[in-house]
Write a protein that binds this ligand. Sequence first.
Ligand code: ADP
Length: 289
Amino acid sequence: MQLTIRNLNKTYPNGVKALQDVSLDIPTGMYGLLGPNGAGKSTLMRTLATLQEADSGSATLGDMDVLKDKDAVRRTLGYLPQEFGVYPRISALEMLDHLAVLKGIPAGQRKEVVNALLQRVNLWEHRKKSVSSYSGGMRQRFGIAQALLGDPKLIIVDEPTAGLDPGERNRFYNLLSEIGENVIVILSTHIVEDVKELCSNMAIINNGRVLYDGSPDAALHQLDGKVWEKAIAKSEIDDYQQRYRVISSKLVAGKPIIHILSDTDPGDGFRRTDADLEDVFFAKIHGGE
Ligand code: ADP
């Protein structure tokens, strides 16, 4: 099974071109959709989740037309939106059971399915509490449980780690990575770490356009030998930005370490460093490569 997206376009009434000729081939496994805020990730996710229309283009999942066969897609889709909305004051168990009814899971199987999912996402102990009383991490795990109802073949997770502390984020990563190898999981995020840890394939998008599509390793390979670093003084940043293609700057012990792109040794106290995914991201976003 593969998700094939061809030439998707979307312009909002205010003139914002949120998707511009987006074409992607998304295989089974975890797929990272990486881009800064406003890149067009949610627009793409919502379009694939049949919640909004594209202006033109196509998307097929196996032999299903994602943009036209909406009912069929909804039966095989699990969606964890960025904002899950307000939770009623009923227990997580009741809520998941209710969502299972909506998903069309037969009455005879429902109890077993719901119980198994609550165990799988490690919320069994907390099943009697209302989701509105859950921590951010617990809510996201509940979100995954509801997304997994009905054995979806396509799972879409929009900015799932926003607001999670590092421990919660790790638990959430582990859960996602266990979801299985025979489904497509699209993880949209602006956090490079999320993709680095989890995804064997990824795309980088910005301003509605695909800037990179491939494996994280291949992306790193493109920058082999081209990333150089130097510790500088804070007051020098502007000056370096004028003179070099600065792709990132990080504070290490209060001092900025900048990374620049250069095909040849820039001298000037720079030393060569291994590219990391963050370099790839910023190099693409800043149009350096
Ligand atoms: P991301 O999820 O990557 O942050 P979005 O898909 O939410 O990006 O937004 C892409 C662009 O489209 C942004 O410039 C955003 O302001 C704009 N946008 C999103 N939704 C709407 C809307 N309903 N109407 C007008 N503009 C929108």
